[in-house]
Design a protein around this ligand. Structure first.
Ligand code: KG4
Ligand code: ZN
Length: 330
């Protein structure tokens, strides 16, 4: 079986060709970052327009790289949400139109399921495991069970972790997206230079990053001469402590020895390294997808589609986009 997967929930237009066994034959990503950079964040209307311009070309490229044509495609899988409504609509309309043209079914895939399955090898059945999604739009812990049963363990009460990275970067005059910039700066900084507050670290599985954002802002105002690398390293260390504490607690509560971390923030080598080494001390294995599968991409949507097709077969049904508007608006 050949799956053509389509992703357009935020600022990456992506098309992938994935086999029914979960092999990613191609995963073409057209990032819009350079188009949004000068606005300091994602502009939803611009994102929709750029998606509309991109999909034909990147579909051709994805098929070419996989050495396939449209006639080889058996099913189309498309992100139906959550994400920016307009951006999602472009991907869904494109997928549905293509489905009619080639006479193949189109199935909706939840973007978060994509992140959850990006870190699990096809065919592996390590259920139940804990998924930690840390992206620009979401921060959550979820118990993942066989058959596609997801039990939400804790979400952020306010900002997503990636959003905190982006906003702190902006306060420090660093470019968008802030995550990679902060990671780079932090390499030359002292993680113990400033002790930022670790919100709700002592108990529970919920997160809160808005106080941390404010604490950094107040610190920068009061200490304009402090080195940017020191603030970045201290901020990153704070996030690391929170993620390690919450993820460990979630795994213990579920009684699993596997944590899958994904989403854009999982591309941070310092954070994934800390999760890996500190959870290993507790007997917990941490899977992090390769960098290209952490940030938004259609390959992960194809991998989630494989799972759903295994569990439910191909169930064609009418569907709409599931919007979660505003999560990335600056
Ligand atoms: O998963 P993603 O591509 O999009 C959403 O679904 O939101 O995540 C994007 C987020 C941005 O906030 C970005 O700053 C963050 O992931 N990010 C990082 C790194 N690379 C991307 N955060 C920390 N360190 C990184 N290396
Ligand atoms: Zn995402």
């Amino acid at each position: 079986m050949i799956i053509l997967a389509i992703e357009s929930s935020c600022d990456e237009s992506s098309v992938a060709v994935v086999t029914g066994e979960g092999e990613i034959l191609s995963n073409v990503i057209r990032s819009q970052i350079k188009n949004h950079k000068r606005f300091g964040g994602v502009v939803p209307e611009l994102a929709s327009r750029l998606h509309a311009e991109s999909f034909h070309r990147i579909t051709d490229k994805a098929l070419e790289e996989a050495n396939m044509t449209l006639s080889d495609v058996d099913v189309i899988a498309v992100t139906s949400g959550p994400g920016l409504e307009g951006a999602l609509l472009i991907g869904v309309c494109y997928a549905k139109t293509l489905g009619v043209l080639i006479g193949k079914p189109v199935i909706p895939i939840n973007h978060l399921h994509g992140h959850i399955f990006a870190g699990i090898k096809a065919g592996d059945s390590p259920f139940p495991y804990v998924g930690l999604i840390v992206s620009g739009g979401h921060t959550l812990l979820v118990k993942c069970d066989d058959g596609g049963v997801f039990d939400l363990l804790g979400v952020t009460r306010d900002d997503a972790c990636g959003e905190a990275f982006d906003k702190v970067a902006r306060m420090l005059g660093l470019a968008y997206p802030g995550g990679p910039e902060i990671e780079l700066q932090a390499k030359d900084g002292d993680p113990k230079a400033v002790r930022f507050p670790r919100a709700m670290i002592k108990d529970g599985l919920e997160f809160s990053f808005s106080g941390l954002k404010t604490a950094v802002m107040q610190y920068v105002k009061a200490n304009p001469d402090t080195s940017v690398p020191d603030i970045c390293a201290s901020f990153q260390a704070c996030v690391g402590d929170i993620l390690v504490a919450k993820a460990t607690r979630a795994c213990k509560q579920v009684g699993t020895t596997l944590l899958v971390v994904s989403g854009g923030v999982a591309a941070n080598a310092y954070l994934s390294g800390r999760l890996q080494s500190e959870l290993a001390d507790q007997g917990i294995t941490v899977n992090t997808p390769p960098k290209g599968l952490c940030t938004d991409n259609a390959g992960m949507i194809g991998l989630a589609a494989c799972r759903w097709i295994d569990w439910q077969g191909i169930q064609e049904r009418p569907f709409h986009v599931v919007a979660n508007l505003g999560v990335r608006i600056p």
